[in-house]
Design a protein. Structure first.
Length: 288
C-alpha cells in the first residue's frame, strides 16, 4: 500500500469512528424483531456428529477424521471447527450438546467492534466482514460465550465463528446443520415461534425437560436456544450471565472513552491493510 493510500485509510476510518461509537451506544434491537433462530433440543441429539461434518463442508473447511475419542474430553470451537458435539454423562444417561455461536440478540461483539466488521444482521445471524476488520480482537474479549477465534498462525489472519450459514439463508436455504440433522434435534425458524415450540415441549413433557429455555433471557437473549433434561450448569453452560444485554452494560464506558483510544483502532486498520498489501505482493512475486 502506498503512503498516500495509507493516510487516506487512516483518516477516513478515523472520521467515521466517532459517530459509530455514539450510534452504537444508543441503538437497541426492537423487542418485536423477528430474528431467524435455531432451537437445539439436547434430549433428541444422538451424538451422530453429522452437524460437524456438514458444517465443515458448507464452510469450505478441511475435513478431519472423527472418532469416539473426540468425545472423551470437553472441546471448544476453533478456527478449524465452527460447531461441535460434546458429551456429558450422569448417573442416568448420556447427554450430547451442540456448541456454536449463540448469535445474541444484542451482541457484545458487534457493540465492541468500532468498524462494524462484526455485524448483527437484520435477519438474526451475527457475521464477520473481513474488509472492515482492523484486527483489534475486541470482539473476542467482549463475547460472554468466548466464541470468536483468531487465526494466530496465519499470514493473513481472520476472525472465525459460526455465521448460522447466513449466505445459505439469503438464498432461501437452511443452515447446514439444521438441514442435515437426522434426529431433528436442531430446528430453524423465527425466534418467537421457536420459543413457543420450546415452551410447548416443556409443558407437554415436564418429566423430560428442566423448566428453562437457555437463551431466552441470558445476556439479553440469543438466537440459539437450548432445551435440556438436566440443569444447564451440569452441561457446563454459563448460568451467571444475567438477563441484561451486554451492550447496555457498556454504554457509559463508550461515552467516556479517551480520544487516543478511539483513534488507535483506525490506525491499526490502516496498518493491517498496509501489511496485507505487502503479503499479497510477496505472494505475487513468488508465483511469477
Amino acid at each position: 500500500m502506498e503512503r498516500r493510500t495509507f493516510v487516506k485509510t487512516l483518516g477516513a476510518i478515523g472520521l467515521s469512528t466517532l459517530p459509530t461509537i455514539t450510534k452504537g451506544a444508543e441503538s437497541k434491537s426492537s423487542p418485536g424483531e423477528e430474528f431467524n433462530a435455531i432451537l437445539i433440543d439436547t434430549t433428541l441429539c444422538t451424538g451422530c456428529r453429522t452437524c460437524e461434518e456438514v458444517c465443515l463442508e458448507a464452510n469450505g473447511m478441511q475435513e478431519f477424521e472423527m472418532n469416539d475419542s473426540d468425545l472423551e474430553k470437553e472441546r471448544d470451537t476453533s478456527t478449524d471447527q465452527l460447531t461441535l458435539i460434546n458429551l456429558y454423562e450422569n448417573e442416568e444417561n448420556e447427554i450430547y450438546v451442540k456448541k456454536q455461536c449463540m448469535h445474541c440478540s444484542q451482541p457484545a461483539c458487534a457493540s465492541a467492534c468500532l468498524t462494524k466488521a462484526m455485524l448483527k444482521t437484520k435477519e438474526g445471524p451475527v457475521i464477520w466482514r473481513e474488509d472492515k476488520c482492523m484486527g483489534c480482537r475486541f470482539c473476542m474479549l467482549s463475547c460472554p460465550f468466548d466464541v470468536p477465534k483468531f487465526e494466530y498462525h496465519s499470514a493473513n489472519p481472520k476472525i472465525v465463528k459460526c455465521t448460522m450459514c447466513f449466505e445459505r439463508q439469503q438464498k432461501g436455504g437452511l443452515p447446514a446443520c439444521v438441514e442435515n440433522c437426522p434426529s431433528e434435534a436442531i430446528i430453524f425458524g423465527k425466534r418467537t415461534e421457536l420459543l413457543t415450540e420450546a415452551k410447548r415441549r416443556i409443558a407437554e413433557s415436564p418429566d423430560d425437560y428442566v423448566n428453562h429455555i437457555y437463551g431466552e433471557h441470558e445476556a439479553g437473549g440469543t438466537c440459539v436456544l437450548y432445551l435440556s433434561s438436566v440443569p444447564f450448569e451440569e452441561i457446563n453452560f454459563r448460568t451467571n450471565l444475567g438477563n441484561d444485554a451486554y451492550p447496555e452494560l457498556t454504554t457509559g464506558f463508550l461515552y467516556s472513552v479517551p480520544l487516543v483510544i478511539i483513534l488507535w483502532p483506525p490506525f491499526l486498520l490502516a496498518m493491517r491493510n498496509a501489511m496485507k498489501g505487502k503479503v499479497n505482493n510477496a505472494e505475487e512475486v513468488e508465483n511469477e
